[in-house]
Design a protein around this ligand. Structure first.
Ligand code: NAD
Ligand code: UDX
Length: 463
């Protein structure tokens, strides 16, 4: 099948960048990204591509190149489905907040809505691609909906999980470690797989395009995220032991990382992992394991989350303890709110939980983040439903200027590893703070020796 039109349902952190790169690399394919969220589509169509709704290094340039040529953003979901030969489903699959599996299972209501809409609109055969991260065997449910509610046309369902990380989405998409495509081993399934392989082959070498059965592909995505998060919880667990014993977690990470069987990446001890994926996907994995009665498997993976929650709490406790067991009415400045550098995404950011703990202790939080707005920070805190919105608004000040944010502070906490924090004039910051001046470096990005020689009382993670 020659692919000339692709539709992607969901213009979020995955759908937007992924489709922008496909459009850039495949000028012969018309790519339409649709979303129900009108504001989001309006923002993607902003004449100034610096204002697109997702900040990723290099993304606005790609959108500027392809948008209006073969990349379109639209709210007309039905038209885009009708015209496309391949439909990517890239909608959100958050943790359920109600009913059976509340707090654990993935909420598939948006996926089901997509399947029903595709079934209703399609008048010719389609390839439907699961781009969202889904529980293993979801393709079965999608197929059942498509086959039973459709207009008698043929659907092939492929699983093609996305492995990009935020903050490096564009380079990850341009140079992926691998592309994973799961499909049926029937002739129709294989021809669908080949059609999708051909799209990626426009810029990814064929030896990096892996094809598997659908269930392996679905489960590989959950497994990859579980393994990655497990490394962070493992090194974070060691960070506390380092603090007790005089070992230094950065040195330990370096020493073990040089073992080629372990590898050096993803061993940075931190205030705890955040982001929309790791926690959600592991909880989902735990839920799936439990649903098959695999309690030991479930407990094993749940520990990754338990350790991460502990690491976030440990950080806020350390601040309170170090500040003489009270932070009431003290100004604590957060440098960074995003869950990692180079993104404006704050979902599940450790900063939210650390701030919540400190507000409970009646601290006054001042926040500076180069990419996150005051509204976003307050809505993140309101989402926890820990107190009234007005109380959050009273407890949190936000600043456009980092030096202003630090002025008069009792302590500074680094929550995100933005590069600019390492370039600051820390003497100037020290001079403007209350004394003793404390720094809690939740990302181990500052030079401890330099800060101590200025006069700071410096606390890193794991040393
Ligand atoms: P997101 O919330 O940023 O975007 C999802 C979009 O889908 C939203 O704009 C929403 O309005 C839209 N949507 C929901 N239902 C819709 C419908 N029926 N019709 C049209 N639009 C609809 O989510 P995201 O971060 O892009 O994640 C999408 C999926 O990709 C999730 O399953 C996630 O687990 C997975 N994933 C995310 C990342 C990441 O880094 N964020 C990486 C890999 C995989
Ligand atoms: C993750 C996966 O990496 C990606 O493959 C998947 O597609 C989506 O989920 P993402 O959450 O965007 O990507 O970013 P990632 O770089 O994995 O970081 C997640 C969190 O872990 C961040 O809060 C980050 O700061 C933290 N982290 C990462 C550490 O604390 N230490 C590390 O060594 C690495």
């Amino acid at each position: 099948m020659k692919i000339t039109k692709i539709c992607c349902i969901g213009a979020g952190y995955v759908g937007g960048p992924t489709m922008a790169v496909i459009a850039q690399k495949c000028p012969h394919i018309q790519v339409t990204v649709v979303d129900l969220n009108e504001q989001r589509i309006k923002d993607w169509n902003d004449p100034n591509t610096d204002n697109i709704p997702i900040y990723e290094p290099g993304l606005s340039e790609i959108v500027a190149e392809a948008r209006g040529r073969n990349l379109f953003f639209s709210t007309n979901v039905e038209e885009a489905i009708d015209e496309a030969q391949i439909i990517f489903i890239s909608v959100n699959t958050p943790t359920k907040t109600y009913g059976k599996g509340k707090g654990m299972a993935a909420d598939l209501k948006f996926i089901e809505l997509c399947a029903r809409q595709i079934a209703k609109v399609s008048k010719n055969n389609k390839i439907v691609v699961e781009k969202s991260t889904l529980p293993v065997r979801t393709a079965e449910a999608i197929k059942s909906i498509l086959d039973n509610t459709g207009n008698g046309v043929q659907f092939q369902i492929l699983s093609n999980p996305e492995f990009l990380a935020e903050g490096t989405a564009v380079t990850d998409l341009l140079n992926p470690d691998r592309i994973l495509i799961g499909g049926d081993s029937t002739p129709e399934g294989e021809s669908a797989i080949n059609a999708l392989v051909d799209v990626y082959a426009n810029w990814v070498s064929k030896d990096k395009i892996l094809t598997t059965n659908v269930w392996s592909s679905e489960l590989s995505k959950l497994t990859a995220n579980a393994f990655l998060a497990q490394r962070i919880s493992s090194i974070n667990a060691m960070s506390e032991l380092c603090e007790k014993t005089g070992a230094d977690v950065s040195e330990v990470a370096r020493a073990i990382g040089m073992d080629s069987r372990i590898g050096s990446k993803f061993l940075k001890a931190s205030v705890g992992f955040g982001g929309s994926c790791f926690q959600k996907d592991i909880l989902n994995l735990v839920y799936i394991a439990k649903s098959y009665g695999l309690n030991e498997v479930a407990d094993y993976w749940e520990q990754v989350i338990i350790m991460n929650d502990y690491q976030k709490r440990r950080f806020s406790n350390k601040i309170v303890q170090t500040l003489y067991n009270t932070v009431a009415d003290k100004k604590i400045t957060f440098l960074g709110w995003a869950f990692k550098k180079d993104t404006n995404d704050t979902r599940e950011s450790a900063a939210i939980y650390v701030a919540d703990d400190l507000i409970n202790e009646q601290a006054k939080i001042s926040v500076y983040d180069p990419k996150v707005s005051r509204n976003k920070i307050l809505s993140d805190l309101d989402y926890l439903e820990a107190r009234k919105s007005s109380a959050n608004a009273d407890a949190v000040l936000t600043f456009e200027d980092s030096y202003e944010a630090c002025k008069g502070a009792h302590a500074i906490a680094i929550l995100t590893e933005w590069d600019e924090f390492t370039q600051y004039d820390w003497q100037k910051i020290y001079d403007s703070m209350q004394k003793p001046a404390f720094v809690f470096d939740g990302r181990n990005i500052l030079n401890a020796k330099d800060l101590k020689s200025i006069g700071f009382i410096y606390n890193g993670i794991g040393s």
